[in-house]
Design a binder for this molecule. Structure first.
Ligand code: COA
Length: 255
C-alpha cells in the first residue's frame, strides 16, 4: 500500500511511519489521518515502530486548521472519532512506539506524540496543546493523556494557556523522555528501535499492555492484569530461552 502524505518504511522488524506533508508542516487533514490509520494497521507485525514528520521543521503542526475552520458539529465529531482511532491505534499498537519529535508538535501533533510509548525530541522541537487560541480544546486525547505525563497542574496550565514549550522545558516537565541534537535524532531513535526489536516480542507486548492498564483501571484491577500477563508469558519460547540463556551464561536468541 502507498499513500500521498504518509510513508511507511520497514527494516529488520522496525517500521517507520513518516507524516509527509511538509508544505503544511505535516498538518493532519482527513486524507492524511486516514492514511495514517491504514499505515498503522499495515505495520502491526513490526517489533518496534517509529513515528516522525518529514522535513526539518515539523513533527506534526496539528490538525488541519484550514480544514477545521468551517466544520459543522457532526463533521467535527467524525474528525474527532478518526483522530481518536489513530491515537488509540498508536497507544494499543502491539509493539513499542517511539515518537521522534523533530520539530513543531502542536495540538493534534502533540497528541500523536502523547499516545506513543516514548518521546525523543530534537533540540529544535516545540510542543504544545495550543487549541485554546483556536476556540477549541484538545480533541484527540490531550485532555486525558497529557496529565499522566506531566501531572495535573501543569497539564491544566498547558491546555488553559496554550503555552508552547521548547524541547528543554518539555524534557524538564517529563513531556519528552530525552532531547538530542537535531542531526542525531533519526540515528538515535533508529538505534533505540533496533534495540527494542531485538527484545522478546511477547514480553514487550505484555509489558506495554500491562502498563497501559494504569490509565484504564484502578490499581487492584491493574495488578490482577499484571499477574495474568506475567504468568501467561511462561507459555512462550522466549521466556524459556531468556531464562535458560541466563542459567547457561550465554546470550539469548529470541524468536
Ligand atoms: N493546519 C493547517 N495548515 C498549517 C498548520 C495547521 N495546523 N500549521 C501550519 N500550516 C501551514 C501554514 O498555514 C502555512 O501555509 P502557507 O504556506 O500556505 O501560508 C504553512 O503551513 C507553513 O506555516 P507557517 O505558519 O508559514 O510557518 P511558520 O514557521 O511561520 O510557523 C507554526 C510555524 C507551527 C508556529 C505555525 O504554522 C503555527 O502556529 N501553526 C498552527 C499550530 C497550531 O495551533 N496547531 C494546532 C492545531 S489543532
Amino acid at each position: 500500500m502507498s499513500w500521498d502524505t504518509i510513508d511507511l518504511d520497514r527494516d529488520e522488524g522496525v517500521a517507520t511511519i513518516t507524516v509527509d506533508r511538509p508544505d503544511r508542516l505535516n498538518a493532519l487533514n482527513t486524507d492524511t489521518l486516514e492514511a495514517l490509520e491504514e499505515a498503522l494497521a499495515e505495520a502491526r507485525d513490526a517489533r518496534a515502530l517509529v513515528l516522525t514528520g518529514a522535513g526539518d521543521d515539523a513533527f506534526v503542526a496539528g490538525a488541519d486548521i484550514a480544514y477545521m475552520a468551517e466544520l459543522s458539529v457532526a463533521e467535527a465529531q467524525a474528525y474527532a472519532e478518526l483522530g481518536h482511532r489513530v491515537t488509540d491505534a498508536i497507544e494499543t499498537f502491539p509493539a513499542p512506539v517511539i515518537a521522534a519529535v523533530n520539530g513543531y508538535a502542536f495540538g493534534g501533533g502533540c497528541e500523536l506524540a502523547l499516545a506513543a510509548d516514548l518521546r525523543v525530541a530534537s533540540e529544535r522541537a516545540v510542543l504544545g496543546q495550543t487549541e485554546i487560541d483556536l476556540g477549541i480544546v484538545p480533541g484527540w486525547g490531550g485532555t486525558q493523556r497529557l496529565s499522566r505525563l506531566v501531572g495535573d497542574e501543569l497539564a491544566r496550565r498547558l491546555v488553559f494557556f496554550g503555552e508552547r514549550v521548547d524541547a528543554q522545558d518539555a524534557h524538564q516537565h517529563g513531556l519528552v523522555g530525552e532531547v538530542v541534537a537535531h542531526d542525531e535524532l533519526d540515528d538515535h531513535v533508529a538505534g533505540m528501535a533496533a534495540e527494542l526489536a531485538a527484545k522478546p516480542k511477547h514480553a514487550l507486548q505484555a509489558a506495554k499492555e500491562a502498563m497501559n492498564q494504569v490509565h484504564e483501571t484502578h490499581q487492584s484491577a491493574g495488578l490482577t492484569y499484571e499477574r495474568r500477563a506475567w504468568s501467561g508469558l511462561f507459555g512462550t519460547d522466549d521466556q524459556r530461552e531468556g531464562m535458560r540463556a541466563f542459567v547457561e551464561d550465554r546470550e539469548p536468541e529470541f524468536e
